[in-house]
Design a protein around this ligand. Structure first.
Ligand code: SF4
Length: 66
């Protein structure tokens, strides 16, 4: 799964890294970064979809790859 964050629309609300700190982190100014070494299994995919749907500015896009 590919995780894309639109930093132009992100409002740095913190929701994504509060909900899923094993995937997202604050890069220091409120904009999230994604940890690269996370194994994304099916339960985590489900949680990611929930976070993406909860993002108030729809700044998180998820793409299935492979
Ligand atoms: S939930 Fe959305 S708006 Fe909030 S910090 Fe994450 S990407 Fe930005």
């Amino acid at each position: 799964m590919r995780i894309l964050i639109d930093i132009d629309t992100c409002t740095a609300c913190r929701l994504c890294y509060d909900m899923l700190p094993q995937v997202f982190a604050d890069r220091g100014d409120g904009i999230p970064i994604v940890w690269l070494r996370v194994k994304i299994d099916d339960p985590l995919k489900s949680s990611l979809r929930e976070v993406a749907e909860s993002c108030p500015s729809s700044s998180i896009q998820l793409e299935e790859v492979g």
